[in-house]
Ligand binder design. Structure first.
Ligand code: FAD
Length: 502
């Protein structure tokens, strides 16, 4: 199989990209240096935005079967053993297909995604090959790898570096991660808890601890603890059995014991990103492009949406080479804006509060959040922010931002035929005709009464991209105006639905 895209790295992001590309009919090859999957739990949650993308690529059901899905997210105060607040994703069940959070350790996520990739005829996954060389010209990219059987060179129109924080591809492009590293060290451990028949609500936050101390149960009886470490504590002491025991006592009470520490390590946490996410025909995605603090579980969940943006762009670029650069520039601008202005800000705020604020301020912050969540609008906003459904592309060259809905993810509402938008378009571009709009000769979705919060004038047509973002809102639409906006969104590389020539 001659790949159209070579992906470096079969982590959650590289595998998602291969599945996203296959969804658009694009052949890809993943180069992965290690067959072994890291046993640390790493990312523990899949938020609704990631869930809807994985569902589009037929990977959601096996993940759902392997993890624990809950519609209500209720962090508990470990000291007082009471709920700090409760976020019920059913508050947005009119705009997401999976209103809830899936708890699943990253090694299961990666295992399942790799299985999906291996089962897909448009994807090839090669293990035990390490990317070691990269060259490109205006037509193609050459990637050199080193494996057990010596060196190989792969040639493809595009290469994507999904090779993680210390990835080769970013270095080969000459980019280093810019931003800041937090002053605190963080001790992370996966620990089995002897509960003597007691069940402990998860996640648990020790609000009275100095700094951050959180416990998240990701498999029955197995918890991830995350604790900031005081500057005066040495690295060895921070990971000593007594240190884990003290954290467990703080989180679960004196009677709780650790049955087994499966794994523990000390980390620095960062908020950093590459200066650009593309260079010529090479793109970066996931940790290779950006690193967040794990506060809010928005590391892996920030990387997988990169691939939804990139997959349709690469598919269009392969169809229409004169558009390739413009499409990749759109990826660079949009995902950097989302990362810097939305995800990084949210995780930074959460980190500062969790790590540096005194317990009294944390209690005040939770009391304020509890009070604001009495209002339905705030509850919906909290679900969207936590679920990573918020954020807007305001600087994109291919989004017409004159309407406030444009540049945002479209709410997955029910159509006139009773089916949801995402169910109908399943990861493909679509034209949504609202308030009785009709465009002759074009296959479209119909919604007579769109939600008031969309601020539409009737009739209107909405151009929805494959990644679920609104490219344009066209009031009083005509076929000509829809065609203009469609071309702008997809750089003339995608025909209007229903007008494709066989
Ligand atoms: C301890 C820890 C805890 C974390 N907790 C959370 C959390 O709670 N929530 C959250 O959302 N995120 C968390 N993260 C972050 C999350 O794990 C990452 O965001 C996620 O793994 C990024 O996925 P990726 O595919 O971009 O990179 P990776 O998962 O790093 O995958 C990169 C892949 O590329 C391969 N590779 C690297 N170099 C090469 C090369 N030269 N050639 C071939 N293959 C190569 C690697 O073997 C690897 O398989 C945590 C991370 C750590 C380390």
């Amino acid at each position: 199989m001659k790949p159209e895209v070579v992906i470096v790295g079969a982590g959650p992001v590289g595998c998602s990209l291969a599945l996203g590309l296959a969804h658009h009919g694009v052949r890809s090859l993943i180069i992965e240096r290690s067959r072994e999957i890291a046993r640390e739990s790493r990312a523990l949650v899949i938020w609704p935005r990631t869930a809807e993308l994985l569902r589009d690529w037929s990977a959601w059901e096996p993940l759902l079967a392997a993890g624990r899905f809950t519609t209500v997210f209720t962090p508990h105060d470990a000291t007082r053993d009471e709920a700090l607040l409760s976020i019920d994703f059913c508050d947005i069940d009119d705009s997401v297909e999976s209103p809830g959070v899936l708890f699943i350790p990253q090694y299961d996520t990666v295992r399942i995604l790799r299985e999906r990739v291996e089962a897909n005829p448009l994807c090839e996954l090669r293990y035990d090959e390490e990317a070691v060389g990269l060259e490109q010209d205006e037509r193609e990219v050459r990637l050199r790898t080193q494996g057990e059987n010596g060196g190989t060179t792969f040639t493809a129109p595009f290469v994507v570096g999904a090779d993680g924080a210390h990835g080769f591809v970013r270095h080969a492009l000459g980019f280093s991660l810019q931003g800041a590293t937090y002053s605190t060290r963080v001790a992370i451990a996966d620990i089995g808890i002897e509960s003597h028949g007691r069940t402990y609500p998860s996640p648990r936050i020790a609000l009275d601890a100095p700094g951050l101390l959180v416990g998240i149960e990701y498999a029955p009886g197995i918890w991830r603890t995350i604790a900031s470490v005081a500057p005066s504590t040495g690295d060895d002491a921070a990971l000593a059995p007594e240190a884990h025991a003290a954290r467990i006592a703080h989180l679960f009470g004196e009677q709780a014991r650790s049955a087994q520490v499966y794994w523990s390590s000390l980390f620095r946490i960062h908020r950093r990103h590459a200066p650009n996410f593309i260079s010529g025909r090479v793109a970066l995605a996931g940790d290779a492009a950006h690193l967040n603090s794990p506060a809010g579980g928005q590391g892996m969940n920030a990387g997988i949406p990169d691939t939804a943006n990139l997959a349709w762009r690469l598919a269009c670029a392969l169809r229409s080479s004169q558009c390739a650069q413009a499409l990749l520039v759109g990826y660079d601008i949009e995902r950097r804006e989302m990362q810097n202005d939305s995800i990084e800000r949210t995780t930074d705020l959460a980190t500062r509060l969790a790590v540096y604020a005194p317990p009294s301020l944390k209690r005040l912050a939770f009391a304020w959040m509890r009070r604001s969540l009495r209002a339905r609008g705030m509850r919906r906003k909290a679900c969207r922010t936590l679920g990573m459904l918020d954020g807007r592309y305001t600087r994109s060259p291919d989004v017409d931002t004159s309407h406030p809905l444009a540049g945002r993810r479209i709410g997955d509402v029910a159509l006139d035929n009773g089916r949801r938008i995402n169910e109908e378009r399943r990861g493909r571009a679509a034209l949504l005709c609202c308030g009785g709009a009709q465009i002759e000769g074009v296959t479209s979705l119909a919604l007579a009464k769109p939600p008031k919060r969309w601020l539409l004038k009737h009739p209107s047509a909405i151009v929805i991209r494959p990644d679920g973002f609104v490219a344009a809102v066209i009031e009083k639409p005509t076929r000509e105006r829809v065609e203009t906006m469609w071309k702008r969104a997809f750089c003339c590389a995608s025909p209007l639905p229903g007008t494709e020539t066989p």
